[in-house]
Structures are given as structure tokens and as C-alpha cells.
Design a protein around this ligand. Structure first.
Ligand code: SAH
Length: 245
């Protein structure tokens, strides 16, 4: 999987991409992340990448020419590339979009700054506008890191074992069950008996029920679309009744 990131601040990426799983994935050749400094594609003497908005108002707008030149330079090398613009106006990034993007060969991610980018960038070059949530940040760099991270861990081989993302939160529409590791007791707080039982069927059932309970408690909106059996729906009804009474 190839990522090309267009930014005015390439230095921001060195920490997150040079540690742990993402670093190893790059070393193993499973992902290839390239950073492009948009300013290198500005052609005037001062390397101007932004300008005042037509129509007036506060803030600056990122100019179309340097971005166009940079996108076109990347496209020469990557034929099937999906172009993503980070913006609070975009489709909300979630696990299903991460899974969709993980199937691509190459992604180009544009990091906006200031008031955002000239609308013609979107018109002429962008396939998807993506937002990482309903809040506004100072730039798209953190959004790009979030996207690269969440997409990369879905690429086969990036996580240690093949199935370690299969039970993650959201993968089946539910939040994940709680985890415990040694010690068996900490400050008077123990580990649920069933997890020490060695009974895999019971452990699986306990985990599933915990996932249902957690989702009902904090993200009931997820339940409508979750893949659930008849029995599980009944269990949820019971839980919901219990919480109401
Ligand atoms: N004026 C814009 C906000 C610009 S914020 C508006 O009101 O919509 C500057 C840049 O930060 C954006 O161009 C975008 O690249 C990035 N950004 C800010 N919040 C974001 C979010 N929630 N998701 C993705 N990118 C975001």
C-alpha cells in the first residue's frame, strides 16, 4: 500500500511514522509512505502556497497551482491512486471507510491549512473528502496520520497475527469486550472468573455479552446496524429493560 501525503509541514510526521507498528510495516515493505512538501511546487520567488480569499474575510486559502503540480507529479508514478482531501466537510472517517481504503493500491492525502484549500482542488482532483470528526483542527496533518494508521493496521501482515483486527471495536458493529492480563488481583479488584476457567465456549459467550453491554451503555446508536443473532437481540432487550426499571 502506497501513501503519498501532501503537506506544508512534513516535519510533523516524523514521530508517529517512526515508531512501533507503522515503522515496522514500512521497514517490511508492507506500506510505503512518502511526504511531499507542497511549497516545493510553488514556482514564485517566495514559494507562496497560500493567498487571501476572493470575496474577502479572515484567513488564507491554499493556492491551487502548487497543489495541482504536486498531485500531477505523484500521479505520474502511481497510476491507480485515490485522492483524499482532509476537511471537516467530508464524509466521516470510520472503520468501514478504513476497510474500504485498505483495499486500494495507493492513496494520496492532501493536508489543508489555514481556511482550507481552493475549491478547484476538490473539483479537479479529489475523489473523496474525509473528516475525522465533528471538530476543527489547525491542519489536515493529524487527520492524515489517523487515516494512515487506521488503514495500515488492516493491511494483511501489519499486525502480529492475521486475526488480531477481527475482534476490534466496530469490526462487527459492536465495541470490543474488556481485556485483562496479569496480575489476577490488583488493589482488591480481580479478573472475571470465567476468563480463568479455560472454557473457551464460555469465554467467547462472556466476551460477546460484554461487547453487547458496552455498546448498549455507550454507543447504542451502533446496535441498529450490528450483525446480531435473534438470541443476542433478546439479550439486549432484557438488558435495556433492566436499565429502564
Ligand atoms: N475553514 C474550514 C476549516 C479549516 S481547518 C471549515 O470551516 O471547514 C484547516 C485544515 O485542517 C482543513 O483544510 C483540513 O485539511 C484540516 N482539518 C481540520 N479539521 C478537520 C477534521 N475534522 N477532519 C479532517 N481534516 C480537518
Amino acid at each position: 500500500m502506497k501513501f503519498d501525503i501532501l503537506t506544508l509541514f512534513p516535519g510533523m510526521f516524523s514521530g508517529p511514522f517512526s515508531e512501533s507498528i507503522i515503522k515496522r510495516a514500512a521497514e517490511d515493505g508492507l506500506i510505503d509512505i512518502r511526504l511531499h512538501d507542497i511549497r516545493d511546487y510553488a514556482t514564485d520567488r517566495h514559494k507562496t502556497a497560500d493567498d487571501a480569499p476572493y470575496g474577502g474575510g479572515a484567513g488564507m486559502v491554499m493556492k491551487v497551482e502548487p497543489l495541482a503540480a504536486c498531485i500531477e507529479a505523484v500521479r505520474v508514478e502511481r497510476c491507480n491512486i485515490r485522492v483524499i482531501l482532509t476537511t471537516p466537510r467530508g464524509r466521516r472517517f470510520d472503520q468501514s471507510l478504513a476497510a474500504e481504503l485498505a483495499k486500494e493500491e495507493a492513496l494520496l492525502i492532501i493536508c489543508g491549512r489555514y481556511e482550507g484549500v481552493d475549491e478547484r482542488v476538490r473539483e479537479l482532483f479529489v475523489d473523496d473528502e474525509v473528516s475525522i470528526g465533528d471538530f476543527v483542527m489547525t491542519g489536515g496533518e493529524l487527520a492524515a496520520m489517523v487515516i494512515v494508521d487506521a488503514v495500515s493496521r488492516l493491511i494483511p501482515g501489519v499486525l502480529g497475527s492475521a486475526d488480531s483486527s477481527a475482534s476490534d471495536s466496530f469490526s462487527d458493529g459492536l465495541l470490543e469486550y474488556p481485556h485483562y492480563t496479569r496480575p489476577a488481583e490488583f488493589r482488591g479488584s480481580g479478573v472475571p472468573e470465567v476468563l480463568l476457567s479455560g472454557n473457551h465456549r464460555e469465554i467467547a459467550q462472556w466476551r460477546r455479552r460484554q461487547a453487547l453491554q458496552r455498546t448498549l451503555a455507550t454507543r447504542p446508536d451502533l446496535l441498529a446496524a450490528a450483525r446480531l443473532s435473534e438470541k443476542e437481540r433478546e439479550y439486549l432487550e432484557e438488558l435495556a429493560k433492566g436499565r429502564r426499571s
